[in-house]
Ligand binder design. Structure first.
Ligand code: CP
Length: 305
């Protein structure tokens, strides 16, 4: 049985198959045939943290493939977790009703814990500040579509480097391809954790840490903006101090390469001026759209279809 818990679990050949499958999904999204593939399946989406894109794109992906969807949002208050049910028992119940479990939870490692009792595939839709593998797959697909390659790229992550589950999921996928260089740009309070820095060094990843966005702008192929994750801070004063550290302005975008792309997992709060949306290099809404095709591919992947 296949689960999707972390991008580190994937070998390059498997990643390439998933990318190719997403491309097929995109090309045949409106075909009648696609609506039959999962016609006897049920997908359960249980979200203990807020979401717009991940939950709705998974549900749309399931519906496009002909599956039925059962869904719990605000699960911390609307499911029996509120009464004290453990994640293991909740998972056992979901497996009685559905063929795939898509789960988001604020606590790191929750999806992994769910896999230990699950009799159906579990997909991690974000576990705290830890991992968000399906976001990373749609990001990879976006980079491939926009640049036509996944190697020899300079990628800058900007903002909340410490708490970005998106970063910790996308970097391992890009590490599968040669000659990629990473820039991590953050305020000093939100730099890479010591553990993650050690992991990158141990794996011979080419990376630079800096607080200066301006000196990096002209060098990168992908500028990946991230939101400062308010929900990961234990007090508001600490959040307020760093929340507006990096706001991308039109004058910054003018310094980017002509073929660079600007990405953001969204939601955007105060990281990218709205005026930038009309620049063709602003790829973040195309990125979110790609989430639908990629999540269709990932639903098929976990069912071995
Ligand atoms: N990028 C992302 O995970 O968005 P949502 O929180 O809206 O799902």
């Amino acid at each position: 049985m296949k689960n999707i818990i972390s991008t580190e679990q994937f070998k390059k050949a498997e990643v390439e198959k998933i990318l190719a499958r997403a491309s097929i999904m995109e090309a045949s999204c409106k075909s009648d045939k696609i609506e039959q593939i999962l016609k006897d399946k049920i997908v359960a989406c249980i979200f203990f943290e807020p979401s717009t894109r991940t939950r709705l794109s998974f549900e749309t992906a399931a519906l496009k493939l002909g599956a039925k969807v059962i869904s719990v949002e605000n699960a911390e208050t609307t499911s029996s977790a509120y009464k004290g049910e453990s994640i293991e028992d909740t998972t056992r119940m979901l497996c009685c009703y559905a063929d795939i479990i898509v789960m988001r939870h604020p606590k790191e490692g929750t999806s992994d814990a769910a896999t230990r009792v699950a009799s159906k595939p579990v997909i991690n839709a974000g576990d705290g500040a830890n991992k968000h593998p399906t976001q990373a797959f749609l990001d990879l697909y976006t980079i491939q579509k926009e640049h036509g390659r996944l190697d020899n790229l300079s990628i800058a992550f900007v903002g909340d480097i410490l708490n970005s589950r998106t970063l910790r999921s996308l970097v391992p996928l890009l590490m599968l391809y040669p000659n990629n260089k990473f820039y991590f740009i953050s305020p000093k309070e939100l730099v890479l954790s010591a553990d993650y820095r050690k992991y990158l060094t141990k794996n011979n990843v080419n990376f630079v840490e800096t607080t200066n966005l301006d000196e990096v702008l002209s060098k990168v192929d992908v500028l990946y903006m991230t939101r400062v994750q308010k929900e990961r801070f234990s007090n508001v004063a600490d959040y307020d101090r760093v929340k507006d550290s990096f706001l991308l302005k039109m004058e910054d975008v003018r310094k980017l390469k002509k073929d660079a792309i600007i990405m953001h997992p969204l939601p955007r709060v105060n990281e990218i001026e709205v005026e930038i949306d009309k620049d063709p290099r602003a790829a973040y809404f195309r990125q979110a759209q790609n989430g639908l095709y990629m999540r269709m591919a990932l639903l098929l992947f976990v069912l071995d279809l």
